[in-house]
Design a protein around this ligand. Structure first.
Ligand code: SF4
Length: 305
């Protein structure tokens, strides 16, 4: 592999993300074949995660986070899905700061209680016909999620975009391809041990930020998906999904590199693939997030046998 190809590969500008150690091995093999010294691994120059100063939330994000906190405060214990009481997942290992433990937002009232009792098929039907918020008027179709209902890894993003709205599947198009490549880099694949969903099941017009009321109405669906799937690990990508799940206004940079916990399920956070497509330097940090996901899945699989 030429130095140019290697650098491009390290920056993620290849069809498939490849583990750095595999690249290093292939470089060594190529060097041995040619008798020429190979380039030095760029991985040594990859920037490490750095603490970032908190950035003020946009008004819609702040109102959504406030609504989330309010919903948690108001939620009666009886409304919580079974997952909250009897999670099979052990306490996760931590890196750096202490684990943040939060309760899952499940919405409020009789509707949320009814959704919390649905099985998988009934939940799919309920989402498909949902008119609980104004997004039903502008969507082409709902986007329930895709993958294995008994997945070990649940990837949670923000909301469907234009292409997802057209196809009815989350994370398609360029961002979806990057997500698939990221998952492939740690040996995971959409539809095998992975389920992919969004916080919102309908596309906000013009890809605007979700509004607090939309999050409140849609939250019971994600809560029920999590309760039914019972994944070993949740990988939340993008600021909105992360802040909604963890009920915090902290920036992504301050939440990365740690294992959080929602209703007893370990949560690792990372950048949204669409953001990574626009911010090349953060791909190196995204790789560290993926390694934490892989590390946690391995640890949790060992603990659970
Ligand atoms: S975004 Fe969620 S709550 Fe709103 S209409 Fe779609 S499925 Fe229903």
């Amino acid at each position: 592999m030429s130095r140019r190809d290697f650098v491009l590969s390290e920056l993620g500008l290849t069809p498939l993300w490849v583990r750095p150690e595999r690249i290093t091995r292939s470089m060594a093999a190529a060097s041995a074949e040619t008798g020429q010294p190979g380039p030095q691994p760029v991985a040594q120059a990859v920037p490490q995660p750095v603490a970032m100063e908190p950035a003020p939330l946009q008004p819609t994000m702040r109102s959504a986070a406030d609504a989330v906190r309010s919903a948690i405060a108001d939620a009666a214990p009886a409304l919580r899905p079974p997952l909250a009481a009897t999670s099979p997942n052990p306490a996760p290992a931590t890196r750096g700061a202490p684990v943040q433990q939060v309760k899952l937002v499940i919405g409020e009232g009789a509707r949320a209680e009814r959704i919390a009792s649905l099985d998988w098929q009934a939940l799919q039907r309920e989402v498909a016909g949902c008119t609980a918020c104004g997004l039903c008027q502008t969507r082409t179709q709902t986007v329930f999620g895709v993958g294995n209902p008994q997945a070990e890894l649940l990837v949670v993003g923000e909301a469907p975009g234009a292409e997802e709205d057209r196809q009815g599947e989350p994370f398609v198009g360029a961002a979806g391809k990057l997500l698939d490549n990221l998952l492939a880099a740690i040996g995971e694949k959409r539809g095998e041990r992975v389920f992919i969903a969004n916080v919102l099941k309908c596309r906000p017009p013009g890809n605007r930020n979700p509004q607090a009321e939309e999050v409140l109405q849609c939250a019971p669906f994600l809560a029920r998906q999590i309760a039914l799937i019972r994944p070993r690990l949740i990988f939340a990508v993008g600021r909105f999904a992360i802040q909604t799940l963890l009920q915090t206004e902290a920036p992504v940079g301050a939440l990365r590199g740690k294992v959080h916990e929602v209703d007893g399920i370990p949560v690792v956070v990372g950048y949204h693939p669409a953001y990574l497509l626009r911010n090349l330097p953060d791909k190196a940090r995204a790789w560290h997030d993926l390694l934490l996901v892989e590390d946690q899945l391995t640890q949790l699989a060992g603990k659970q046998g």
